[in-house]
Design a protein around this ligand. Structure first.
Ligand code: MG
Length: 350
C-alpha cells in the first residue's frame, strides 16, 4: 500500500479535519486563468467568460473500483483524476479544475493520504488543472474518493453522444483491452503472493499492461489534435466500460446502428500475447474489458482524408441506420449482434 512501508505513521486524529485539509493542500497553487479563487473560501470561483462549462463527477470506492493490495495510493490519486478528465475530453473540451473529496477510515495514517495527494498533485501538474476544492471526512471502513472535473469549450466545439448519423465513420484512439489484462495479471500475482509471500514476481514483460491499469492517461491530446486536423466529431464518448457498451451508448443516443469490424480493433502486441497465455479471446477483452480511457468518436465520411494515416486514430467501423442494428463483423465475416457486457460482469472463463 505504501511506497515505503518503513516510514512513520501519524494518526489522522493528530491533525484534525481542518488541519488535515491544510496539510494536504498547502502545496497546491492555482495556475489557470479561469480560477479566480481556489481553495480557501466557502466556494471556488471560476470564470470561463463566454465559453460553456463542462462538469463531470465519478466515485472510486475501495473494494469496488480498486484493491489496495496492488494499487499504490499515489497511482490511485493519479487515476482518480484521470478518469474524470477523460470525461471532459470526451466532450471535446479543455479540463481546467478539479475538486477532490475523500472519505477515509482511521486505519489510514496521514502518510497514506500524503501519497494519495502526491498522485493527485502530479496529475494536476501534468494535465494543467487546478485543484480548487474538496472535502475530507471519516469513513467506517474503506477509502472512497470522489473527483469532480470542470472544464470548458466554445459552444460550437462541444461534442455530444447524440450526433452520429448513418455512414459516419467510427474511430477510436490508442489501443484497447490492455487495462483489463493488466488487472488480470495483478489479480493473479495477488493470489500467488497469498499462497507464497516469498515469491518474487517477474512482471517485466507485462509492464505496458500493468501501467495501463495502474496509471492510465486521459487523452488530453485528442481535442487539440482534431482541431488541428480541422475535424469536428459528430459524436464522442470515452471508453471506460469496454468498446461494445460505449458503441451502444453512442448508437442509442444518436438513434443509429453500427457495424464494427473485428480485424480493425487496435490491439497492442503485448495484449495479444498475454491473451494467449490466459486463454482469453483478445476481441472479447477489447469489447468488454474497460478502463482504457481512450476516446471513441464518429466523423463524417468526407473527413476521412484528414485523419487517414494518423497513428493515434483507427477507423474501426461505420454508423448504419437504426433499423439495421449494431453488429460485430468477425474476421470470418460473420455478423454478430453487439452486446454490452461491462467490466464487472465479464465472465472470467470467456
Ligand atoms: Mg464517460
Amino acid at each position: 500500500m505504501f511506497e515505503n512501508s518503513q516510514e512513520q505513521r501519524t494518526n489522522l486524529s493528530e491533525l484534525g479535519e481542518f488541519g488535515l485539509i491544510d496539510h494536504l493542500t498547502k502545496q497546491l497553487e492555482s495556475k489557470q486563468e479561469s480560477t479566480i479563487k481556489g481553495i480557501g473560501d466557502d466556494a471556488a470561483v471560476i470564470d470561463f467568460k463566454h465559453k460553456q462549462t463542462l462538469v463531470s463527477t465519478d466515485f472510486l470506492v475501495e473494494g469496488v473500483h480498486f484493491d489496495l493490495a496492488y494499487m499504490p495510493l499515489k497511482h490511485l490519486g493519479y487515476k482518480a483524476v484521470m478518469v474524470n478528465l477523460s470525461d471532459i475530453y470526451a466532450m471535446n473540451g479543455t479540463a481546467s479544475q478539479v475538486t477532490v473529496s475523500i472519505a477515509v477510515s482511521n486505519r489510514f495514517p496521514v502518510e497514506a493520504l500524503e501519497e494519495l495527494y502526491a498522485g493527485i498533485q502530479l496529475a494536476a501538474k501534468m494535465y494543467q488543472v487546478d485543484v480548487v476544492g474538496g472535502d475530507t471526512t471519516s469513513s467506517t471502513s474503506g477509502l472512497i474518493i470522489s473527483v469532480t472535473a470542470i472544464g470548458y469549450a466554445e459552444e460550437k466545439e462541444v461534442v455530444y453522444r447524440s450526433g452520429a448519423k448513418a455512414n459516419d465513420l467510427l474511430v477510436v484512439t490508442g489501443d484497447l483491452g490492455a487495462a483489463y489484462m493488466g488487472l488480470q495479471i495483478l489479480e493473479r500475482e495477488k493470489q500467488v503472493f497469498k499462497a507464497n509471500p516469498n515469491a518474487q514476481p517477474d512482471l517485466d514483460q507485462y509492464t505496458y499492461l500493468i501501467e495501463r491499469q495502474l496509471k492510465p492517461e486521459a487523452r488530453k491530446d485528442i481535442p487539440p489534435l482534431l482541431k488541428a486536423l480541422d475535424v469536428k466529431p459528430t459524436s464522442m464518448i470515452d471508453i471506460s466500460d469496454g468498446l461494445s457498451s460505449e458503441i451502444i451508448h453512442l448508437c442509442k443516443n444518436s438513434k443509429v446502428g453500427a457495424n464494427l469490424f473485428e480485424e480493425k480493433i487496435p490491439l497492442d502486441p503485448a495484449l495479444i500475447s498475454v491473451c494467449e497465455e490466459f486463454e482469453l479471446d483478445s476481441t472479447t477483452v477489447a469489447l468488454s474489458g474497460g478502463e482504457d480511457y481512450e476516446l471513441l468518436f464518429t466523423i463524417d465520411q468526407g473527413d476521412y482524408d484528414k485523419i487517414k494515416g494518423n497513428p493515434n486514430l483507427t477507423v474501426i467501423g461505420h454508423i448504419a441506420e437504426e433499423k439495421e442494428g449494431m453488429h460485430l463483423i468477425t474476421r470470418a465475416n460473420q455478423k454478430l449482434p453487439l452486446i454490452a457486457r461491462g467490466w464487472n460482469s465479464m465472465p472470467k472463463e470467456d
